[in-house]
Design a binder for this molecule. Sequence first.
Ligand SMILES: [Zn+2]
Ligand SMILES: [Zn+2]
Length: 161
Amino acid sequence: MTQEKRMARCHCGAVEIEARGKPIAHIACYCDDCQAGSSAVGALAADGGTDYLVYREDRIATAKGGDLLEARKLKAGSATRRMVATCCGTPIFMDFADARHWVSLYSGRFAESVPPLEGRICVKYAPEPAALGGDVPLSEGYPARFMLQLLGARVAMLFGR
Ligand SMILES: [Zn+2]
Ligand SMILES: [Zn+2]
């Protein structure tokens, strides 16, 4: 069985992050924190969203250039950090300095095809909620489905699957 595998790369190619298996979800988030954080590192889409491929953190490994990654935080005490490849200034992923079990990679970093977008979340914070495409489900906040996907991933990890 060949396992699904993707590489997230910075623009110059010095940093490569390997993501194994299926992502937990592919979502676009419009919350205030994502807007501010993505804007600061250059990962914000024109509609105010940030497009993420969310992976279990044990499925993510640095293939090369790990020493080039630098954490950016909106506030010094914040657990949320955005990792930027300092070689060429490319934002690579967002994660948390605490015990949370998932990593949100900016989906534009993958050259390989990615699963289709599953939903837009926290859309009530979008600059123009009414202008967002109805191609995928829109959620005002964090939808139960997404929370269950995150929980399901945690349970699978606990049981070593
Ligand atoms: Zn680079
Ligand atoms: Zn968000």
